[in-house]
Design a protein around this ligand. Structure first.
Ligand code: ATP
Length: 220
């Protein structure tokens, strides 16, 4: 049975740390597709800097030539906060015959019990936890959950929900906030983001200092 992967984030902007991990997960787990889902209004963090439509546009430009990586804009069209549980419930309704794998970093897994209706996430989907070398697994109840639900191999993602697969990925120590800071101080994000994303960052002026934004006519 084909498995749909879901990888959410603010992607403010998408960078090669996200892209390389997404590609490794897609290929290693044999997913039929991995949906990159930009959050319009993330509940757990400050509002993103670039507008949601521009963040989605950057994502689309970044994955345009990679089969299997697709941008899913549904959270942009939904009013209110962008809860992952709502996205998974919608996908379940749309693709009743398919298993879903929700892809998150080990850092995100460590805070899973603070997500909105988090136990329901595991009723709707399996979890794929990306583990970068050196990343420390959580302790406490979430460590117990991981051991109890741990899947031995990717083939197990094809049935049911509620399993947890740990997937090693290449560590690229890149963060969107560092990229925004670099651009805001007049720097160049070349090679941290794809060329198409870099172009959109400069054309829109979305991370420039306020004074520069006026000069480039960019929006926020
Ligand atoms: P910020 O620096 O603004 O916090 P970010 O890049 O860490 O941004 P998101 O865009 O919200 O954050 O990340 C989406 C998902 O990608 C999260 O699950 C996060 O764990 C993961 N992620 C972020 N950076 C990397 C990276 N360099 N390598 C692998 N995964 C990453």
């Amino acid at each position: 049975m084909p498995v749909t992967g879901v990888f959410g984030g603010t992607f403010d902007p998408v960078h090669i740390g996200h892209l390389r991990c997404a590609l490794e997960v897609l290929l290693r787990l044999g997913l039929s597709e991995l949906r990159l889902v930009p959050a319009a209004r993330p509940p757990h963090r400050p509002a993103p800097v670039a507008p949601a439509v521009l963040r989605a546009e950057m994502l689309e430009a970044a994955v345009a030539d990679q089969p299997g990586l697709v941008v899913d804009r549904r959270e942009l069209d939904r009013p209110g906060l962008s809860y992952t549980v709502d996205t998974l419930a919608e996908l379940r309704r749309e693709q009743p015959g398919r298993a879903i794998a929700l892809v998150i970093g080990m850092d995100a897994y460590a805070g899973l019990d603070r997500w909105h209706r988090w136990e329901q996430l595991l009723e709707l989907a399996h979890l794929v936890v990306m583990q970068r070398p050196g990343a420390v697994p959580p302790g406490g109840a979430l460590a117990g959950l991981l051991e109890a639900r741990r899947l031995a191999e990717p083939a197990e993602l094809a049935r049911g929900s509620g399993g947890i697969l740990v997937c090693p990925v290449t560590a690229l120590d890149i963060s969107a906030s560092a990229i925004r800071a670099e651009v805001a101080s007049g720097g160049d994000p070349r090679y941290l983001v794809t060329d198409a994303v870099r172009r959109l960052i400069f054309e829109s002026g979305c991370y420039a200092r306020a004074a520069d934004r006026v000069a480039t006519g960019g929006t926020e």
